[in-house]
Design a protein around this ligand. Structure first.
Ligand SMILES: *[C@@H]1O[C@H](CO)[C@@H](O)[C@H](O)[C@H]1NC(C)=O
Ligand SMILES: *[C@@H]1O[C@H](CO)[C@@H](O)[C@H](O)[C@H]1NC(C)=O
Ligand SMILES: *[C@@H]1O[C@H](CO)[C@@H](O)[C@H](O)[C@H]1NC(C)=O
Ligand SMILES: *[C@@H]1O[C@H](CO)[C@@H](O)[C@H](O)[C@H]1NC(C)=O
Length: 420
């Protein structure tokens, strides 16, 4: 059973690739009326991906009255093509790149959790309410259209189907949307937006069953997914470099690239797999948990050369565990975010800065759910409102990658981030 699923996915992927190539070399119209088997196969993959990738038609918040002009039904959004005006020479570290934390959780409502109950609980524990895990309300494609270009994606091996799927902690997010299906969503979107690039962060989640680890099976499946024939056309094959190449990494099919932000190791596989794996290796062992600020060297050679390349400065203080009230939690998190953004604005621009504005502390009463941290509660302003004020005073500054929860509230966060 498991074997036949693997075969048919590959088979479909191959057909889809044929179409993708045809679209890239043809009229560039994307989702047009083509009725080739490849188009049907891609449509099927995108339907499977929908729980996680989304569909633009679902985005009631995107003004539907004005089409972007290519006749493919994508709604107008002023940041859907914000990279188009940027020259190829711009190093990615010089940009402000809005991101979403736990991007796949946008439709993880209590209804979704209840519906997935019998597919999820393979480690025998009871999950907490859905609100604990939900960090977004815009789908991935909705976020792409809104200007988001960094996506935090958490994967795990589904113990039932043997596929890589999306989890947040102990919560399975969809039984149909596999990691590879969602990647096809990104590839399809990039074909329609060839001047955009995206940073995709992949991190392993071990809550799928008792003692689950990132073992050789998991690592091999991820390696195969990220180096497949389709991936090779969209994913930048460079290793460990962000200052160079630049925004202008051009893939053979004419799109700007997917750059991988690798929060996973391939240490259970022979060394040639690591050597063949593209992207920036943000090794889990070097990622300091719940840190207000740390430096992660992702390329020793580049870092030893000085000049800032090869090192990432990261704020990921997601759980302010010394604090109790909602106000104290939000204050503590905001302090970490503000100080990191101030540093990003003044530090050597060849350093990569990544600031997570997301956080949670549900063990206190009242619980600080991700939405409470981001959006506040009662009289307490959330992080997003406070960051909006902060950014208002930092116009034009380099801030780096800023990874948010519920980024669309209050409106204006993306405007301020992209006004540099
Ligand atoms: C969100 O999840 C529910 C099930 O919980 C599903 O019925 C609905 O179609 C999903 N919405 C989207 C936009 O995928
Ligand atoms: C899960 O399984 C239990 C017991 O077999 C059953 O009663 C329940 O309806 C199932 N829930 C769903 C959402 O299928
Ligand atoms: C999980 O690991 C622990 C510690 O190694 C072991 O005692 C336990 O039996 C394991 N449980 C399962 C279900 O594999
Ligand atoms: C590190 O960066 C240098 C360029 O500074 C590059 O030549 C090398 O391939 C990178 N190494 C790794 C392991 O990513």
């Amino acid at each position: 059973m498991r074997f036949s699923i693997g075969i048919s996915t590959q088979f479909l992927a191959r057909f889809a690739l044929v179409t993708v190539v045809a679209v890239a070399t043809g009229d560039g119209g994307g989702g047009g009326g083509g009725n080739s088997l490849g188009r049907f196969a891609l449509d099927k993959i995108l339907r499977d991906a929908r729980d996680v990738f989304g569909e633009l038609d679902d985005e009631s918040s995107a003004p539907a009255s004005t089409f972007y002009g290519h006749g493919h039904g994508y709604g107008y959004n002023k940041y859907a093509r914000w990279m188009a005006g940027l020259p190829d020479e711009v190093p990615l570290t010089h940009l402000n790149i809005p991101g979403t934390h736990d991007a796949a959780t946008w439709n993880y409502t209590q209804t979704a959790q209840d519906g997935l109950a019998n597919a999820t609980r393979c480690d025998g524990t009871t999950p907490r309410p859905a609100r604990v895990y939900r960090c977004q309300q815009r789908s991935i494609v909705g976020a792409l259209e809104a200007g988001i270009r960094f996506f935090d994606l958490r994967f795990a091996l589904d113990p039932l189907s043997g596929r890589l799927v999306f989890w947040h902690g102990p919560a399975l997010l969809s039984v149909t949307a596999g990691v590879e299906d969602v990647l096809f969503g990104f590839y399809d979107w990039l074909d329609r937006h060839p001047e955009e690039m995206v940073l995709l962060s992949f991190q392993y989640e071990k809550g799928t069953r008792v003692n689950a680890t990132s073992d050789a099976t998991v690592q091999r499946k991820l390696f195969d997914t990220l180096t497949s024939g389709a991936a090779a056309r969209y994913v930048d094959q460079g290793r460990g470099q962000l200052d160079h190449p630049t925004l202008g990494i051009a893939m053979t099919n004419g799109v700007r690239a997917v750059v991988l932000f690798r929060r996973f190791d391939l240490d259970m596989l022979p060394p040639e797999f690591e050597r063949a794996m593209p992207g920036l290796h943000m090794a889990p062992g070097k990622w300091i948990d719940n840190s207000r600020a740390f430096e992660l060297v992702y390329n020793d050679t580049a870092a030893s050369g000085g000049g800032g390349a090869g090192t990432a400065f990261i704020e990921d203080f997601y759980h302010p565990d010394d604090y109790t009230t909602v106000k104290e939690n939000i204050d503590a998190k905001f302090e970490a975010v503000a100080s990191h953004l101030q540093q990003a604005a003044t530090e050597n621009f060849d350093n990569l800065f990544v600031t997570f504005t997301s956080g949670t502390h549900v063990e206190v009463d009242p619980p600080v759910y991700p939405d409470v941290m981001a959006l506040g509660s009662g009289e307490e302003l959330g992080i997003n409102h406070r960051v909006l004020d902060l950014l208002g005073g930092m116009k034009g500054k380099r801030l780096g990658v800023v990874v948010m929860d519920f980024f669309e509230e209050p409106s204006g966060l993306i405007d301020l981030l992209l006004d540099f």
